[in-house]
Design a protein around this ligand. Structure first.
Ligand SMILES: Cc1cc2nc3c(=O)[nH]c(=O)nc-3n(C[C@H](O)[C@H](O)[C@H](O)COP(=O)(O)O)c2cc1C
Length: 193
């Protein structure tokens, strides 16, 4: 698929089915991710792949993390939130967690390191589309829960930038490509007269 076609046809699909990209395709997706611009070439991105039985085992980990965070805040866990966590991993056959592991650097601020990881996730989602699959980038409370970071082997200082759910679009669940709207968001600056 041409790059511009992939950009326009990439749409978030909430529920994806098998097949997931195979090992070779996943490699291409991750290769695309790490081709993103990265000020200072600090390589702040970290990717954690959840697939197969490990992915299935991660739902209960999310639920336990949500419960723990409620308790940390002196509140009783909301059963509906905990129950929802248990099924989140059913949304797609493959999930890639993208995180930013901030590198100490005097010149490159953390916001730019975070931006590099955002660019990497977008590269990955476009590669997914170009290979004939679909994805959905999600965050939500799990992304900001320190217990989730710990479960993924990330330090407290890392940020989870997104959970990229990846798989195949079920028949009838396709979405139309974007029709870009530039009104009100683009201006052409002119020097003062
Ligand atoms: C940083 C980030 C976080 C997102 N988190 C969520 C999320 O938690 N839940 C959700 O439904 N969509 C999430 N999305 C997806 C957007 O809702 C989606 O991209 C938007 O609705 C536009 O749809 P499209 O991707 O099909 O163009 C997220 C997107 C980004 C960039």
């Amino acid at each position: 698929m041409e790059l511009l076609d992939a950009i326009r046809s990439r749409r978030s699909i909430g529920r994806l089915t098998a097949p997931a990209p195979d090992a070779g395709e996943l490699r291409q997706i991750l290769d695309a991710a790490v081709c993103a611009p990265d000020h200072g070439e600090l390589r702040p991105w970290r990717f954690i792949v959840l697939e197969g039985e490990a992915k299935d085992a991660f739902g209960p980990v999310l639920a336990a993390a949500t419960e723990a965070e409620y308790r940390d805040n002196g509140r009783e866990p909301e059963p509906s939130k905990v129950k929802k966590d248990l099924t989140k991993m059913d949304r797609a056959p493959l999930v890639v967690v993208a995180a930013c592991d901030y590198q100490p650097n005097e010149k490159i601020p953390r916001s730019e390191q975070h931006a590099a990881v955002v660019a990497a996730v977008q590269n990955a989602s476009l590669a997914v589309t170009a290979l004939g699959y679909a994805s959905m980038w999600r965050t939500g409370p799990n992304a900001y829960n320190p217990h989730v970071k710990t479960a993924l082997g990330l330090s407290e200082d890392c940020d989870i930038v997104g959970f990229l759910y990846v798989g195949t679009i079920a028949e009838g669940k396709e979405k139309p490509p974007h029709e870009p709207e530039l009104d009100g968001v683009v201006t052409h600056w002119q020097p003062p007269a």
